[in-house]
Design a protein around this ligand. Structure first.
Ligand code: ATP
Ligand code: MG
Length: 337
């Protein structure tokens, strides 16, 4: 493998929903790279296309009515268009995914230990007994109490937090080169959340794995990620090194997300405190900038779709920087600019 070749190189990824009167673009021309040993955060509000992007990369959108186009190169190899058989080979061993809903990863009819054993045995010729030893060790590393006994339980017998840890154990069982973690901590309390973020950092550090971390929590990004990609309504709003994005957000949406970093305790606000409204559904996306209807800075130029431009260390889909506006000032909740 070329040393400069990124682990994952996604170019112009599109996911289109066909079948109704008009095609609906769920993910619209998303491009990014993720390197070995790096954690890339994929952020955006609910419905911004984070999970659909992840599932498209994994080749898990092979269903009627959904069309995936563009390019997903993993270690230089094109995954878009590969057969499900070839993809199964890549999944698990090379790319593993922690699903947003742990119940997606486990079938209810087998114990979680059996399912993790099988995941190991699907990629490695080892005995059932050796696989179980590895499973128990992994569960133990994930902080699962009494791992031998827990391995013999069924998914529905575990708490949400334990199920999440078991799923992470399964995802890590083959030391994947790339881990896609879809909201791995959302359902968990703060202590468990911190432990899981530690695990992800350890994975990058100990195994040099690349991690694509999906979250809508900029606090999690701040603690964990090297680079960030902000999605809005299935499109790229801004991308760049996390430090640059936090220091000088270029897109008003990034600013709004930063202003919404939830408090450490208490309930998460259902909406972004600094901007009104919710993102448009992909079927009702406005023709210009999709964020314009909620943007404090929207003006005439925003009725055309903004191209992605390079600004400082970021790429941003907003006309403000090119129009010579310095950064939009940070807005705090409740204030109007
Ligand atoms: N299988 C599907 N068929 C049709 N539309 C879908 C499908 N899966 C997702 N969508 C739509 O695609 C858009 C993006 O959904 P996605 O699940 O990727 O959002 P998300 O960013 O992961 O949100 P959340 O934070 O709530 O998980 C949404 O409008 C959703 O309704
Ligand atoms: Mg999702």
């Amino acid at each position: 493998m070329d040393a400069d070749m990124p682990l994952l190189d996604v170019r112009d990824l599109r996911v289109t929903l066909t079948g109704s009167e008009k095609d609906i673009t769920l993910v619209d021309s998303v491009s990014f790279t993720a390197g070995a040993g790096e954690i890339l955060g994929l952020v955006g509000e609910s419905g911004s296309g984070k999970s659909v992007t992840a599932l498209a990369i994994m080749g898990l959108l092979d269903m009627p009515g959904l069309v995936v186009s563009g390019s997903v190169r993993f270690r230089g190899r094109e995954l878009v268009g590969l057969s499900q058989r070839a993809l199964r080979h890549v999944r698990g061993r090379e790319i593993a995914m922690i699903f947003q809903d742990p119940m997606t990863a486990f079938t209810p009819v087998y114990t979680i230990g059996w399912q993790i054993d099988e995941a190991i045995r699907a990629h490695e010729k080892i005995s059932r007994r050796d696989a179980r030893t590895r499973t128990v060790k992994l569960l133990n590393e994930m902080g699962v109490p009494d791992p031998e006994r827990t391995a013999n339980r069924y998914p529905h017998q575990l708490s949400g937090g334990l199920r999440q840890r078991a799923m992470i154990a399964m995802a890590l069982s083959c030391n994947p080169a790339l881990l896609i973690a879809d909201e791995p901590t959302t359902a968990l309390d703060v202590t468990v959340q911190a432990q899981i973020l530690d695990l992800l950092r350890g994975l990058r550090h100990d195994y040099g794995s690349g991690v694509l971390l999906i979250t809508h929590d900029m606090g999690v990004v701040a603690e964990t990620c090297d680079d960030v990609l902000v999605l809005y309504s299935g499109r790229m709003a801004e991308t760049g090194p996390a430090a640059a994005l936090f220091a000088r957000p270029a897109h008003p949406y990034t600013t709004a997300l930063l202003d919404s970093i939830p408090p450490l305790t208490g309930p998460r606000p259902a909406r972004l405190p600094s901007i009104a409204g919710v993102p448009p559904s992909p079927a009702a996306r406005p023709s210009g900038c999709a964020f314009a209807p909620r943007c404090h800075y929207a003006h005439a130029s925003c009725t055309t779709k903004p191209p992605l431009i390079v600004w400082e260390e970021q790429e941003v889909a907003c006309v403000l920087p090119t129009e010579g506006h310095a950064l939009p000032p940070r807005i705090t909740a409740g204030e109007t600019p």
